[in-house]
Every structure is written in C-alpha cells, then in structure tokens.
Design a binder for this molecule. Structure first.
Ligand SMILES: C[S@@+](CC[C@H](N)C(=O)[O-])C[C@H]1O[C@@H](n2cnc3c(N)ncnc32)[C@H](O)[C@@H]1O
Length: 290
C-alpha cells in the first residue's frame, strides 16, 4: 500500500483494512469522502447542507441537519439495523466543542472495536485555525479537541497522522459506556476554550503528538480482522464499476493533475504564496499550554 497522498487516501485505506458493516460521516458536503465506502456498507451521512453529487456504494441514509439534531433524534441504532457504528468520520462543524459532542455521541453507538476519525486537527498554518471561518482551507479549532481527549480520556488510543492537507486523528479503544465526555463536558470546554495556538507549527505538532503515516502502526491500532468477511479485492472491483457522475470524474481528474510532478510543484508554490511564513495573522504569542 502506497503512503496516503491526502486524507482521502487514508480513509480509503481504513475502509480496505476494516471493511466496515456500518459507516457514519458527519459533514458529507458533496459526498467525496463518502464515495470511498465499500459496496455493502450501511452508511449514514449527516450535514445541514448535504448535496451528494458523487457516486456511492452501499445503502446511504442522509440526514439533512446538524449532528446535534441528528443524535438528539436517537435514531442511529435503528437506522443501522441494531449494529454499532464500525467506522465514523467527523468532518462537520470545525469547532472543538462540536467535535467533542460528535465523538461522545458516536462512541456511545460504537463497539470497543470501532474506529472514529477526526479530520482537520493539524492546521498547517495558524491563519486557517481561527474559530470563525476566514479562509477557504479552514480547520477551525478542532486541534483543541485532541488536547482535551488526551487529557480527559487517557484510556483512548489516539494517533494523529500527518496526512495533507490538515491531518487526521485515529481514535480507537472506545468505551461506549464511558460518561466522561457527557458528565465533564462543560469543565472540558472551559479548560480548552482559552487555549491559543502555540507560536510555531512545529510546537503545535509536538503538542498534538503528530506522527508520519506508518502502515504497520495503523494496522496494529486497528482490529486484527475486518468487520466483514467478503474479499476486499471483490469489493474494490464492484466499487470501480459503479456509475460515475460528472462531479466525480472532474474530482478524479483534478487529483491526477494535483499529484502529478508538475501539479505538486505548482501547488507548493501556490501554497507558500497563500500562507507566507511569519506574515500577518499570526496567533497570539502565548499558547497557554507551555
Ligand atoms: C469540509 S465539509 C465536508 C467534506 C467531506 N467530508 C469530504 O471530505 O468530501 C464540512 C461539511 O460540514 C457541514 N457541517 C457544518 N456544520 C455541521 C453540523 N453542525 N453538523 C453536521 N455537518 C455540519 C457543512 O455543511 C459542510 O458540508
């Protein structure tokens, strides 16, 4: 398996390794990440502005609303036919408090073998990590959720993987009966809210414990056998032959160009022009964490 070029590749790898029966995605937008699920997966997509334009495999239930409203309705287990959430991807509202609520609600519906992924926890530049959205690429303050989980839930296994553009945290060792994130939610938020970003990206990465992608480490963090017994090769073939939409073909073309040798060069130039190191918009000096 090649190292992931971006979070889509990492998510794809996790689908291939775990072959989940059920998959929940918070924040689906046009359905790019959702399109990576394998045939036969029962999927729930939650987004107040969902507009699925990419092909998907399996059975998809879309909830057009916020994740808070979805979980308040209490229908998840029923939609999943009584099964737990095997794999989930949190990519909705990029606020640490929203991420903590999403995580606790997903954990409650999970099993001890489940995997929850959190997108956008490693902002490559401080400018894109403001709480309110000011830039096209925006992580919000999701990074604080990782700090909070490491402090208040040391029982979880969390690896923060360095995949472009903004990192993914892989959370396992879940405890569906844990009440910590419910009962101590206000205290956790009060602790995290005043934190400000460390001065440098390197300091933030050290604080979060960011590691490069390592297939062996990923495999050892995930359960040793897939959730479903079907051969992955067969599922991948079925995923390849589905009907493709114009939006999907355009996305694939963009990725092929983006990851070509020329595309990589152009993108790195554009990126450094967009976020010149040490220019305006730097965060406050003290991180409140050091
Ligand atoms: C970055 S996009 C998701 C991209 C998608 N996961 C992908 O990779 O193709 C974030 C989405 O989260 C949705 N969102 C914002 N607030 C939300 C909330 N409270 N609950 C669920 N989704 C939310 C937005 O409407 C937006 O479509």
């Amino acid at each position: 398996m090649k190292p992931p070029r971006d979070y889509f590749d990492l998510l794809d790898a996790i689908h291939r390794i775990t072959v989940p029966r059920t998959y929940v995605e918070i924040g689906v937008a046009s359905g790019k990440s959702l399109s990576l699920a394998l045939p036969g997966t029962t999927m729930v997509g939650i987004d107040p502005a969902a507009n699925i334009r990419h092909p998907f495999s399996g059975t998809l239930h879309v909830f057009q609303g916020t994740s808070d409203d979805f979980f308040a309705a209490g229908t998840l287990r029923h939609i999943l036919g009584g099964l737990p959430v095997d794999v989930a991807f949190i990519d909705g509202l990029h606020h640490f408090d929203a991420v903590l609520r999403d995580l606790r609600n997903l954990e409650e519906a999970s099993s001890e073998d489940s995997v929850i992924l959190i997108h956008d926890c490693v902002p490559p530049e401080n400018q894109i990590a403001s709480r309110e959205r000011e830039t096209r690429l925006w992580t919000g303050d999701v990074w604080k959720a990782i700090i909070g989980l490491r402090q208040y839930r040391p029982d979880l296994t969390i690896s923060v993987v360095d995949v472009p553009p903004t990192g993914v945290a892989i959370v396992t060792g879940l405890r569906p009966r844990s009440r910590v994130l419910f009962e101590r939610y206000d205290e956790i938020c009060a602790t995290l809210a005043p934190l400000s970003l460390p001065d440098s990206t390197a300091a933030l990465r050290a604080l979060l414990g960011v590691t490069p992608f390592d297939l062996a480490a990923l495999q050892s963090q995930l359960r040793s056998h897939p959730f479903r017994a079907e051969p992955v090769g067969h599922l991948l073939r079925r995923r390849r032959v589905r009907r493709l939409s114009p939006a999907y073909l355009e996305w694939q073309l963009r990725r092929a160009v983006r990851y070509s040798p020329v595309g990589r060069r152009v993108f790195s130039l554009r990126y450094s022009a967009l976020f010149p190191v040490g220019k305006a918009g730097s965060p406050p000096k003290s991180s409140g964490l050091d």
